[in-house]
Design a protein around this ligand. Structure first.
Ligand code: ADP
Length: 476
């Protein structure tokens, strides 16, 4: 049974959703600040203004032109201001409009009593109340009253009274509500348009990549991904282009392998079968030379199959490293000793002191064998192969140099690949599996050792690897 799955949102949907949430949040914040908190904000600002004005009046109390200053403050701020002494006697008083107010309607006795009360309470009093006076339009103002008792420099008691109207914010709130609503709607529309535009810009190159990826999936590795659009999309396209390139390389190698391995397997088999038949049918052909050919060809097959098995085991990681401390110098000497019967090749090994390493002796020997075998296979007319051992710091470097045909610079990187052969049309004498250097690379990678090759066309090549030196220890 097919399970019902909800289809995930596309890029457009996700951006739209994001914009939607953003606009909702902005709308809610606008509504909160502009409408809900408008009244408390306004009150706080107004109260602060009244207090600041009161402080200014108190600073002018000793001035000759107190009355002018107070008048100006009153006109500038719209706050009614009055200064009295402790008996309620008015020093100066100004009101900003002709409206009836609490201050104007207070009697002298009332002011004297207020002085006493405020003085008793600590010298300041802030209150707000609905004015008892009804405006012409039937409304009643809300008023802040702020009273401060102070003493002038001359030592006189003074009461500073300030009275400020608090304009109702209801009508402003209504206007703002309309504005906020309109703004939210405009933002929502803009958001939708922007989201669609952005989504289109992002999803177009992605769709193109998707189309190309489908072609790649069918095995067409020549496909190119268009590197356009946003940085991430460009990177994706370039990564996919790289992957496609690598896939096509592997595909090429696989084809070569099939061709080479089948050729490499078939040739010795044909030879063995042919010689076997000849020897069976023609008694005179049953010579030791012919038997040797059959043995040689069988050995060639064995080597190829062994290489294939070794490499697949190494790559699968089923061959663990069996590290021991051994004398590398001695080990290389022993390997070279085995080539003694190749009388027409000249081997030399330059080494200083004996060097011990912690490594898998068998595998390192395989590395040296492979490098020496290659040097023999590709060596030049003078058939000279030079090995050298140099110690630098805590590293020992083993180099194998031949004077053969060399390797073109552009191929130096590829020769470590499986089944890679510089000369595809190899002569039979030089036939190799194309696996030797991959085995070398795998073994040295497992040891964490460095390796490389320097080569000059027509002059020869030097393959080298490095291992960390360990302290000397007698072999047991
Ligand atoms: P093969 O079994 O073909 O030698 P390798 O993996 O050992 O496979 O080497 C890969 C290719 O690198 C060889 O086919 C050859 O073209 C090149 N090569 C390796 N060693 C040498 C060398 N000493 N001189 C020149 N070419 C070499």
């Amino acid at each position: 049974m097919k399970r019902l799955k909800t289809r995930p949102l596309g890029i457009g949907g996700q951006i739209l959703l994001g914009f939607g949430v953003f606009i909702l949040v902005v709308g809610a914040l606008l509504w909160l600040f502009q409408i809900v908190l408008l009244d408390p904000f306004y009150r706080a600002v107004k109260t602060a203004q009244v207090k600041a004005t009161s402080e200014m009046v108190q600073r002018y109390l000793d001035d000759q032109d107190l009355d002018d200053q107070v008048k100006e403050l009153c006109l500038n701020t719209g706050i009614n201001i009055m200064v009295t002494d402790e008996f309620g006697q008015i020093d100066c008083g100004w009101r900003s409009s002709q409206k009836e107010s609490f201050l104007n309607n207070m009697t002298r006795a009332g002011r004297a009593e207020l002085f006493d009360n405020v003085n008793f309470q600590g010298g300041t009093w802030l209150t707000s109340y609905h004015s008892p006076f009804v405006n012409r339009d039937g409304t009643q103002d809300e008023v802040i009253l702020y009273v401060t008792i102070t003493r002038t420099a001359a030592g006189l008691n003074r009461m500073v009274l300030l009275e400020s109207e608090i304009t109702p914010v209801d009508s402003i709130q209504e206007t703002l509500l309309v504005q906020v609503t309109a703004l939210t709607v405009v933002m929502a529309l803009l958001g939708v348009v922007l989201a669609l535009l952005i989504a289109r810009k992002i999803s177009r190159p992605l769709s193109a990549i998707n189309e190309s990826a489908k072609v790649l999936a069918t095995g067409d590795y020549a496909i190119r991904f268009r590197e356009g659009g946003a940085r991430e999309v460009r990177e994706l396209a370039s990564t996919l282009n790289y992957a496609a390139g690598e896939l096509s390389k592997v595909e090429g190698l696989r084809r070569d392998l099939l061709a080479n391995v089948s050729h490499d397997l078939r040739t010795p088999l044909t030879m063995i079968k042919g010689y076997g038949e000849v020897m069976r049918d023609l008694p005179g052909e049953n010579t030791p030379e012919n038997v040797q050919i059959i043995i040689d060809e069988a050995e060639r097959l064995t080597n190829l199959v062994n290489d294939l098995l070794d490499l697949s085991k190494l790559e699968a990681g089923v061959l663990p490293l069996e590290k021991t401390r051994f004398n590398l110098t001695e080990s290389i000497r022993a390997i070279l000793h085995r080539y003694d019967k190749l009388a027409d090749y000249r081997f030399s090994f330059h080494c200083g002191e004996e060097v011990w390493v912690d490594a898998d002796e068998l595998k390192i020997s395989q590395v040296v064998y492979n490098l020496v075998n290659n040097a023999i296979t590709y060596s030049g007319e003078d058939k000279t192969i030079t090995l050298s051992q140099t110690v630098e710091g805590d590293k020992v470097r083993i180099s194998v140099t031949d004077t053969g045909e060399g390797i073109p610079q552009e191929k130096l990187k590829d020769i470590w690949e499986r089944y890679y052969k510089v000369d595809k049309e190899h002569k039979r004498a030089q036939m190799g599996s194309g696996l030797g250097l991959s085995i070398v690379k795998n073994i040295l990678d497992m040891h964490g050792g460095q390796y490389g090759v320097e080569s000059m066309l027509g002059r020869g090549s030097t393959f080298w690897f490095e291992l960390p030196v360990s302290g000397e220890e007698s072999e047991t």
